[in-house]
Design a protein around this ligand. Structure first.
Ligand SMILES: [Zn+2]
Length: 327
């Protein structure tokens, strides 16, 4: 079995699992939530290995040597099933859940129990959710169903209420930086910090962005300055941004606006108040655009970003006028 890196921010939720296991309270359905890039998948893989292992240690770690561990590492464990969208960004189909239900009626072949992993659990249509609900309502003995979700608020309450939720936290900047510097030496602390701003502080997402993320960070910093001077060409700029991961672009802008708002809050209250409202309106527009980009609707992303830029420039223009009148 390949050695997993040690994610320091996983220690606390793992301890929760250890306690549940020790007390014989391992739930039949577990929802592992957390933002993209905090290592939910790695956490689930570790849990699955421990649940299926023939001789886990006292800390509930899989041995890595037994028949079950070997089968799992080879991707051929008969008692483990995984369901994911067939294509990235697409939904899990109802037939996939029906097949899963069928397989769950069989007895375990190698291990004492069975495990199921449903990745991107929020990416389902209503009929798939209903089928999953039936599965949750009839838990199989010694079987653990694990759902992963980075948008758990999009899961129906009927599903959520039948799962025990375990949140993988986002480490604070200091912890994330320490981990990144220890794991990957290619970037300076300042560069890692820039990348963390693009990934809402999620270390694995920062790592995945890498060099391209740094290029994006530099470009977007310049472009935002132009937008805030209301001097940008939205058509050109929106076309340029298509090469970037748009969600991380918006996270970066959100971060920049938060810093700007904090500095205004420390400044002259009388002037800041009306100007602040304009910045808050920009923040709302950022959140709305992130929501739209994250939704599964087939939106024209170029138009969406152009609209975003036009709105930002309108507020920037208002800010300039307000500054003039308060001078
Ligand atoms: Zn084992």
């Amino acid at each position: 079995m390949t050695e997993q890196p040690d994610f320091s921010w996983h220690h606390q939720p793992w301890q929760q699992l250890q306690t549940m296991q020790q007390q014989g309270r391992m739930p039949h359905a577990l929802l592992i939530s957390g933002i993209a890039g905090v290592g939910k998948r790695a956490f689930a893989d570790k849990l699955i290995a421990s649940l299926l292992c023939e001789q886990p240690d006292t800390a509930f770690n899989a041995c890595g040597n037994c028949h079950s561990c070997q089968l799992l590492a080879a991707g051929s464990h008969p008692d483990h099933k995984e369901v994911s969208p067939e294509e990235a960004g697409k939904q899990i189909k109802v037939d996939q859940i029906r097949d899963l239900k069928q397989s769950q009626t069989l007895m375990p072949k190698v291990s004492k129990g069975k495990t199921v992993l449903i990745t991107a659990a929020d990416q389902m249509n209503i009929s798939a959710f209903n089928s999953l609900l039936k599965l949750l309502e009839e838990p199989q003995p010694e079987s653990v169903l694990i759902l992963l979700s980075e948008n758990s608020q999009q899961l129906p309450i009927t599903i959520k209420s039948r799962c025990q939720t375990l949140v993988i936290p986002t480490p604070d900047t200091e912890e994330a930086l320490a981990w990144l510097q220890h794991t990957d030496m290619q970037f300076s602390p300042e560069e890692w910090q820039s990348l963390l701003k693009l990934s809402q502080g999620a270390p694995l997402a920062a790592m995945a962005l890498g060099e391209a993320g740094l290029k994006q960070s530099r470009q977007v910093t310049q472009d935002i300055a132009l937008l805030m001077q209301a001097k940008a060409n939205p058509v050109q700029m929106a076309a340029d941004w298509q090469q970037f991961d748009l969600k991380s672009v918006l996270y970066q802008i959100q971060h920049m606006m938060q810093i700007k708002i904090s500095s205004l809050l420390l400044g002259d209250a009388r002037v800041s108040d009306v100007i602040l409202r304009q910045y808050w309106a920009i923040m709302d527009c950022i959140s709305d655009t992130i929501k739209l980009i994250s939704s599964q609707n087939n939106l024209n992303k170029i138009l969406l970003i152009e609209d975003f830029m036009v709105t930002v420039m309108q507020h920037a223009d208002q800010i300039h006028q307000l500054k003039e009148t308060h001078r």
